[in-house]
Design a protein around this ligand. Structure first.
Ligand code: ZN
Length: 152
């Protein structure tokens, strides 16, 4: 990985964790998913409001480390306004990216998204679960209809 990507990662994680986007609750959400990552102590609730098939609003709140919060913040930016199916496709891409081995190329579809900077987490295997937490929560809600997910 280039040093450029590493510093982009630091910048983005810092910016999103200091001032997370869409960090609030939705009182009349269609889905509320409690996500926990016991390994690190991250605990985030993800709220999804649907308009037909569209994820019209996506928010989260809770407490977690900088990586889990930054990843959740990026996720709300990336998935809001998309269909259920598109959202699940994007979740799958991010999962694949984070599960990949260091140095493995990114899919074109994801390479230009801010979330691509999270690929740097591959260098720190113990933090991968922090980065996937919010995405697993959305997957749990949309694909499995569950109201809680854990990375364990
Ligand atoms: Zn964490």
């Amino acid at each position: 990985m280039s040093d450029g990507l590493e510093s982009l990662y630091r910048e983005l994680v810092l910016a999103h964790s200091r001032e997370p986007h869409n960090c609030c609750r939705i009182d009349d959400a269609d889905h509320v998913v409690a996500g926990s990552n016991p390994l690190c102590g991250d605990s985030l609730d993800v709220y999804i409001a649907l308009d037909g098939d569209c994820l019209c609003r996506l928010c989260f709140e809770g407490h977690g480390c900088a990586i889990s919060v930054a990843s959740a913040s990026m996720m709300t930016d990336m998935l809001t306004g998309h269909s259920r199916e598109d959202a699940l496709t994007m979740v799958e891409r991010v999962r694949n990216m984070l599960a990949g081995s260091e140095g493995e190329a990114l899919e074109d579809a994801i390479a230009d998204e801010p979330v691509a900077a999270l690929v740097a987490v591959r260098r720190y295997p113990s933090r991968v679960k922090c980065a996937t937490l919010a995405w697993e929560a959305v997957h749990g809600a949309l694909a499995e209809g569950t109201d809680h997910v854990t990375t364990e």
